[in-house]
Ligand binder design. Sequence first.
Ligand code: TEU
Ligand code: CA
Length: 540
Amino acid sequence: MSFKDKVIYQIYPKSYLDTNGDGIGDLAGIIKKLPYLKLLGVDMIWLNPVYPSPQKDNGYDISDYTAVNPVFGTMEEFESLIQKAKEHGIDVMLDMVLNHVSIEHEWFQKALAGDKKYQDYFIIRDETTDWVSKFGGNAWAPFGDTGKYYLHLFDITQADLNWRNPEVREELFNVVRFWMDKGIKGFRFDVINLIGKDEVLQSNAMSDGKPEYTDKPITHEYLRMMNEATYGSDPEIITVGEMSFTTVENCIMYTQPERHELSMTFNFHHLKVDYEEGKKWTKVPFDFAELKRLFHTWGTQMSENQGWNAWFWNNHDQPRALNRFVDVENYRVEGAKMLASAIHLNRGTPYIYMGEEIGMVDPDFESMDDYVDVESLNAYQELLEQGKSPERAFEIVQSKSRDNARTPMQWTHEVNAGFSKATPWLAVGNHATEINAAKELEEGSIFAYYQKLIRLRKEYPVIAEGSYQAFVPEHESVYGFVREHNGQKLLVLNNFFAQAAEVQLPEEFVGGEVLIDNYLSTEVTSDFTLQPYQSIGILI
Ligand code: TEU
Ligand code: CA
């Protein structure tokens, strides 16, 4: 399995680096930063959607699958990015949004104009159901003036595609092949476990409709078809499916190599441990016991059944993990390294989200005017409608908004954090003077710690390939696990709190080699004390 020692870095192109002074990041900006990425040591960069799009959902509303949005650059520049990245030993992963298209896509426009062929590309019904859109409100909208409705599980401008129609599948497989021909070696499939909907769609008051379209058996079939028709022919290609409200049983099936579906899956359960009663737009401290239980369940089950996780703390939909899981005022640096170790030494492929490698934190915006994201704006209105005070509603948006991750990459302490000479499309965070790449490379230690983790994964098969077992699963503050491969063992201990924590080490690890540690020269004794947010990997 060639991909197991690789590390993937996610870039939100709009916010990486703007080279032509329009306030929006571009492909030329990514090309410029290839040496930085090579220095970090990552194998592949995943770009969020770069296709033409009305940007109602920041590019996840695609209006043309096989072109480049001029705001990012030209197709020639895109090809040159692939080529130059390759010269730096880096491959490119594209975001494939195959569950829905923008209503500005020509397929939807032709459907609206009355073309029957294209009407069958969408999910159009005479009656609605009570399904809820993931961005708020009902999931059905009037289909022109036909008296019918089309399904949109996301924004009203994102119409769900009808995968039951073989012509739709063929169109989408052509899209994948188009990008394969350009030399793309990775695909991230957006909400891919939602593509298979029931044939007869029914209301389901208990669950917003989720069981009617999530992880349906037919989705596994569609993935096998896509695998066979496209990326299955190239063993170098890495695929990752983004799975919404999924189960470990399904993710095992999506990723077992002999099933020929996907290389790995993202799930989000571990990032819902700070939701009150499962609801995102709430603000409560994270539940450590639940976080640990999830890591152990997914770690063990995937390990025992040859499944493969994609692990991440941050992405473009999540507030910064440092603000969620760490006392960031006092332990930003220790915490950043501990979180990194917890996934980079784990079984599965680690993803780094731009800025994580320099310990970026939430922007701490001071007003709703700073927010751009459609989901955040809708949520603020809904919170007010629920009777929350404007202060409380703002506080919740401030801690949960997806814009927390989407602010411009902080390169320097200069104007606009060195991201752009013009006003950025989304404001720069308030901490760019203290937290930026230039300063980090000069005097910081987080970037160097990531470099080391990436190197270790390549040097030690126990990290890339080893099995996973829980260690001290009942501990109140330590998340621990053991990796094992060909007689080698790695014990990883992560203290998730600002207080020191005691651990009893099994005899076999006493005196073991400290492979990595975010504190200096720890001695490995049997009564072991972990410092605040300490993380240590002990090899025997
Ligand atoms: O997100 C999938 C998804 O399930 C989202 O609802 C996610 O849980 C939410 O953004 C968290 O607040 C993917 C993309 O990552 C996201 O950016 C897109 O908006 C969405 O699909 C629609 O394409
Ligand atoms: Ca630009």
